[in-house]
Design a protein around this ligand. Sequence first.
Ligand code: PRX
Length: 656
Amino acid sequence: MSEARLEAWLDETRSFEPSQQFAASANAQPSIYVDAAADPVAYWRTQADRLTWTKAPTKTLEWDRPFAKWFGDGTLNAAYNCVDRHVEAGRGEKVAYHWVGDAEGESRTITYADLQKMVAQAANALSEIGVKAGDRVAVYMPMIPEAVVTMLAIVRLGAVHSVIFAGFSAEALASRILDSDCQVVVTADGAFRRGAAAPLKPAVDEALESCPNVRAVLVVRRTGGDVAWVDGRDHWWHDLVERQSDTHTYESFPAEQTLLIMYTSGTTAKPKGIFHTTGGYLTQVATTHYNIFDVKAETDVCWTAADIGWITGHSYIVYGPLVNGVTSVMYEGLPDSGGRDRWWKIIEENKVTILYTAPTTIRTLMKWGHQHPAAHDLSSLRLLGTVGEPINPEAWMWYREHIGSGRCPIVDTWWQTETGAIMISPLPGITSTKPGAAMRALPGIQVDVVDNEGKSVGNGEGGYLVITHPWPSMTRGIYGDPERFKETYWSRFPGVYFAGDGAKRDADGDLWLLGRIDDVMNISGHRLSTTEVEHALVGHRAVAEAAVVGATDETTGQAIVAFVTLKLSAEDAQKDQAGVISELREHVSRTISPIAKPRQIILTPELPKTRSGKIMRRLLRDVAENRPLGDVTTLMDPTVVNSIAVLMSESSGDEE
Ligand code: PRX
């Protein structure tokens, strides 16, 4: 981001005080900060009482830096905590999910009692195909209730789910299945997107050609139509699951039993299998959901508009709301499935009270115009949240005025796949809010902003965000690679967790998150590494070299710009430039996912390199964002970058 833009963004003078009316009945009261600061570990021990333990923990934190154990001698069952205990408490008729399909009019209502039966049947089915405690099961599913049921059934058995976003390609799916040696895959025949059926099962079939250890595939019928079938390996959900008993006796597992693996992009081409364990993760997702979203189990309807294939979906569509026993909306479609006012219809029809989404979506909805929300009754809303990337003040103000009628507090929540749950956010009713700032660390969480040497910066200064003390839902590591875990997060500043984000403390000491400072891009709230996309590009037979940067984009936050040199002769490439570019964009989409498709590809005869042969990405970022070029004296051939700048200015981009 350019300095001028950054300054305009960081208008620190605008601040909104919490309303007295909200404060009076808020779940979190001001004493929470004081109590937690007095003894953060003891604070988390009290929070663990939100769970029902088979054996209550006597230990809280065991810290062998950088490896933490929380509630280490406790035992519990995650699915029991999410479902059965609410039924036992007489709340079986409470709605767990209002599921809303892609097509208008298609919906399902699932109570906690329904969910208990569905999970029991699915757990029995998974047992029948040999899933047992500790096994990894890959989940590659659309946003349908069976996805939640599958996750809960897996953890009920003490097995581990690895949910892979259904937009990922067969290749990306295969690499994730292999990395954690999943032996069972749960999927669907397809998904609906704006009324059209998009197949999923063929990607699983293709992925499994290189995954010989997968012995069973469980397939939900969602879209209908023909699917290829491998007898003995593939099972229809409606055959295998629906004939099972709807009761299941659960076992209890240690608090540190692995609950889930979630792959995310780092700075290398290989995604990292971030894993979380049971007791600490569930404690923190429940606490944060309760305090930040101020949920009242009897009256609130929470809508986390995210996909279950990302950590936001795990923590705030599935585990947080279910542990707290609240009602959620789960929506299968796109923001404009059935029209540009679809979201507002969903809120009106389901009386949604709490809406949580990403800035990129807010910007898209804003672009479509406020006449759409204005045409609907959104008066049920009482709290709004954002996550995934820095939110620009324009979007924040639009969200506040046009969606929240100026009365709903906005919580800008900072966290990561690795942190498992929210770490920095205002608490509604207590903390004042500023458009664009995530404000302060939550009770029980200790963070700092440090300079290059690891020294704390003062108010009004920027630096690197670090987390200085362990927290319950912190990742316990990268699956199968403890060294990479230490190296990635714990070596930049010894002894503290390095988040990879830039941050600033304003004059009041409030926190502003400024985006990644490494080679990780944030495209529409999705994390992708520049190397991952470069790797895909050089995998194409026509490509000699590729350099990828994330450039600021008004809607998606950042967009991918790729600079590519070809193996073809300049004349050949010249003949069909548009064809080559479109082929390369499709190639990346096929290799990783449509979300990784570059917005622009610039074909250039050379890339700017230092005399030692390193590609100067910094300069390419300047070019991609139309900034004056910085220091070019270390370049082997300084004219290269100027010719790229000319090519860039001639390129129109391929935004869709
Ligand atoms: O750069 C930060 C950004 O998203 C990254 C984490 O991405 P991921 O693991 O995919 O998790 C996204 C959902 C939790 C962070 O390193 N980020 C997340 N929330 C915010 C944010 N940047 C600024 N403000 C936020 N509220």
